[in-house]
Write a protein that binds this ligand. Structure first.
Ligand SMILES: [Fe+2]
Length: 202
């Protein structure tokens, strides 16, 4: 496991593994987020999803930004952080189109002794980065080379950390990396932030 401390480490990690991670929230901010999302009613996600019938096992809830200023503010701060981080990169525009998270979703994985979600690629409608803010539990997020989970690489994270998976648009990237959530040993709650090019901000 590599400790990621500076831009070059993030670039290297993104190039090698398709994802990187970093501490993002302090304990007080994390507690506010925990308190905020505790009131959401989670529902079970469909067990098999997409053409490849990818197995998944988690609870989820959509977050509407206009109903949660704290979560919207967190999304905007994350955009600022990433824009600031990657503005040192030699590529003129690290994000195409401009980075703007327009979707947020709580995903909660329970310790049921199975993969949280099998190896898959996210939809091509998601651009730049797919971000996961770890609210509780352990990372369990891996990138890999194919739908059989070849060469898995755990992307390290602790509660308060954010993991970003590169998506089309980041540094001109066109391909999408396989990834999965492995066996979860204790309840793992994440807020996922995405930029869906076919969705408008709510
Ligand atoms: Fe995914």
């Amino acid at each position: 496991m590599i400790k990621i401390e500076n831009l070059q480490n993030h670039i290297d990690y993104l190039e090698r593994f398709g994802a990187t991670s970093f501490p993002f929230l302090n304990p007080e901010e994390l507690e506010q987020i925990r308190h905020e999302i505790a009131s959401y009613k989670l529902t079970e996600a469909v067990k098999k999803k997409g053409l490849g019938k990818v197995y998944q096992n988690f609870l989820e809830a959509k977050i509407y930004f206009d109903q949660s200023p704290l979560i919207e503010n967190t999304a905007r701060r994350l955009e600022e952080y990433l824009i600031h981080l990657f503005k040192q990169h030699p590529v003129d525009h690290a994000f195409i189109p401009d980075l703007c998270f327009n979707e947020a979703r709580i995903q909660q994985y329970l310790p049921v002794g199975e993969f949280g979600i099998g190896p898959h690629k996210d939809g091509s409608r998601y651009r730049n980065v797919i971000a996961g803010l770890l609210v509780e539990g352990e990372s369990c997020f891996y990138t890999c080379d194919d739908n059989k989970a070849a060469n898995p690489e755990l992307i390290p994270a602790e509660p308060g950390w954010c993991t970003i998976l590169g998506a089309p648009g980041l540094f001109g990237l066109k391909s999408r990396r396989y990834h999965f959530v492995g066996v979860v040993k204790k309840t793992r709650t994440v807020i996922g932030f995405r930029q869906d090019v076919f969705s408008v901000l709510e």
